[in-house]
Design a protein around this ligand. Structure first.
Ligand code: QV4
Ligand code: CA
Length: 511
């Protein structure tokens, strides 16, 4: 009996680190600014068949409507109430999405904005996505309801009321982040409102949460909210399942607050990952891919089982947040595919793939003055994600997750799940290769000269389809074929001018 109680206690402690994905599914995709109706269809027509584990969605809670500039994407990070009512859809559409995605084994993770409400300069009225009244100046949000007592105005010690220094943990947590009205999460009343919102979503069937701006909340306050959360809906999840938690903490070092303070609550975003990988693949600062041999904790990253990793996110792909110029995005497609390929092949962390929309970038003195532009829309109404005959997306949706190289590496990660990192090879420069047990092998040539060499793959002998240059279809390869001999060795040739200078093979791509 005691033993079982210990086990279930451990189960409770550990559960928030598990993404609650279906067996054999190992990645999520962030469908940034998509409508719920399009996500429901995407789960059924693409994500489930291709082996995606889940979707991070944009914040579903009612937000302020910003007209100057015109409907920026970032208005969704300024809540007005916890009604499920945004440009992505209403509660009925949200429920339909969660049901249909869960029914095909794809999980939904909600971006929860619980540190703050709208900006202090948000004014008063009903300029909100569901028409709920608010008065930012008076701190009134009657649709929750919150009033002046529920904000940190009295607690913050800076003269401006905003965060002035990231070297002071009290300011970072008790003062306003870019003017956003900071909630008093030390109050049980506020914790209860937030938990009610999250429980509403859990009961509908979501599998977990991205906790926005977690650095700006005290870890103990977050814990108090998490302790109030329900178990996941048993229609789709085993009894006792806890919501997956990943906290957005940007820790590149050198600040008062560190990621490790948040490990007790769940996973944490590892921002060093994309910043460093971008630097390596761009070959900046003398970095080379050969140095990736000890990628992961060896590079000073957090423990793998606490990390949520990504090459780029919705902020740093447009110069917001952190990471800087090294971050790779779809705009640098060739290098980006290599970076995402490396991430998905490597065992470190739980992986998130970005899926974006195109916007007209306009650099003025090195700054994109169009970094605010919202999703493709008609007079503010988000456009449908249309699908072209060649399976790419229309209407300016980029759909990186549908790029063959990325989609096939999501499948690669599923196939090699749990297999050890081994058979590393490098040329001392930017040609590297590694395997995952006897299930998968990947080779990169990011040098300015060709690669031609024989490598130990660790795979059983046979003919394999490279899943970067093509697919295995009807018992044949549409791209390059790799011949692995009975001793596991194979000859690889990759020109430095190849469209995609990397090759990946795995157990399911064997003919
Ligand atoms: C402006 C002025 C302020 C002034 C304020 C007065 O700049 O100096 O105090 O008015 O009201 C938008 C505007 C910003 C404006 C603010 C309030 O860009 O100029 O302040 O609204 O009206 C996104 C955007 C922000 C945006 C915010 C709210 O990135 O630009 O601010 O949404 O709409 C840090 C944090 C990290 C954060 C990252 C961006 O540690 O947590 O910055 N990342 C998350 C999200 C991000 C989001 C927020 C947090 C806030 O990923 O998308 O910010 O929810 O590193
Ligand atoms: Ca705060």
């Amino acid at each position: 009996m005691k033993f079982f109680m210990l086990l279930s206690a451990l189960g409770l402690c550990w559960a928030q680190y598990s993404p609650n994905t279906q067996q054999g599914r190992t990645s999520m995709v962030h469908l940034f600014e998509w409508r719920w109706v399009d996500i429901a269809k995407e789960c059924e027509r693409y994500l489930a068949p291709k082996g995606f584990g889940g979707v991070q969605i944009s914040p579903p809670s009612e937000n302020i409507v910003v007209n100057n500039p015109s409907r920026p994407w970032w208005e969704r990070y300024q809540p007005i109430s916890y009604k499920i009512c945004t440009r992505s859809g209403n509660e009925d559409e949200f429920r339909d999405m969660v049901t249909r995605c869960n029914n095909v084994g794809v999980r939904i993770y909600v971006d929860a904005v619980i540190n703050h409400m709208c900006g202090e300069g948000g004014g008063a009225g009903t300029s909100s996505t569901c028409g709920s009244y608010f008065n930012a100046g008076n701190r009134e949000f009657p649709a929750v309801p919150y009033s002046g007592w529920d904000f940190n105005d009295g607690k913050c010690k800076t003269s401006s009321g905003g965060i002035e220094s990231y070297n002071d943990a009290y300011q970072v947590r008790d003062c306003r982040l870019v003017g956003l009205l900071d909630l008093a999460l030390e109050k049980d009343y506020v914790r209860t409102q937030v938990a009610n919102y999250m429980n509403h979503l859990i009961d509908i069937g979501v599998a977990g949460f991205r906790l926005d701006a977690s650095k700006h909340m005290w870890p103990g306050d977050i814990k108090a909210v998490l302790d109030k959360l329900h178990n996941l809906n048993t229609k789709w999840f085993p009894g006792g399942s806890r919501p997956f938690i990943f906290q957005e903490v940007i820790d590149l070092g050198g600040e008062a607050i560190t990621s490790s303070e948040y490990f007790g609550n769940g996973r944490v975003t590892e921002f060093k990952y994309g910043a460093k990988l971008g630097t390596v693949i761009r070959r900046w600062n003398g970095e080379k891919m050969a140095y990736l041999k000890n990628w992961g904790e060896g590079w000073g990253f957090m423990p793998s089982d606490r990390a949520l990793v990504f090459v780029d996110n919705h902020d740093n792909q447009r110069g917001h947040g952190a990471g800087g110029a090294s971050i790779l995005t779809f705009w640098d497609a060739r290098l980006y595919k290599m970076a995402v390929g490396f991430m998905l092949a490597h065992p470190y962390g739980f992986t998130r793939v970005m899926s974006s929309y195109r916007w007209p970038r306009n650099f003025v003195n090195g700054q994109d003055v169009n970094d605010w532009i919202g999703p493709p829309n008609n007079n503010g109404v988000i456009k449908e994600v249309t699908i072209n005959p060649d399976t790419t997306c229309g209407n300016d949706w980029v759909c990186e997750h549908r790029w063959r190289q990325i989609r096939n590496m999501v499948a690669f990660r599923n196939v090699v799940d749990g297999q050890p990192f081994q058979n590393w090879w490098d040329n001392g420069s930017n040609q590297v290769a590694f395997g995952r047990g006897n299930k998968g092998f990947i080779v990169f040539n990011n040098d300015d000269w060709s690669l031609s060499t024989t490598l130990q793959t660790g795979l059983p002998g046979g003919t394999y389809c490279d899943v970067i240059s093509g697919d295995k279809i009807n018992g044949d390869c549409t791209g390059i074929k790799v011949y692995v001999s009975s001793d596991g060795k194979a000859q690889f040739s990759i020109s430095n001018s190849a469209e995609d200078p990397f090759i990946a093979i795995h157990a399911d791509s064997k003919l």
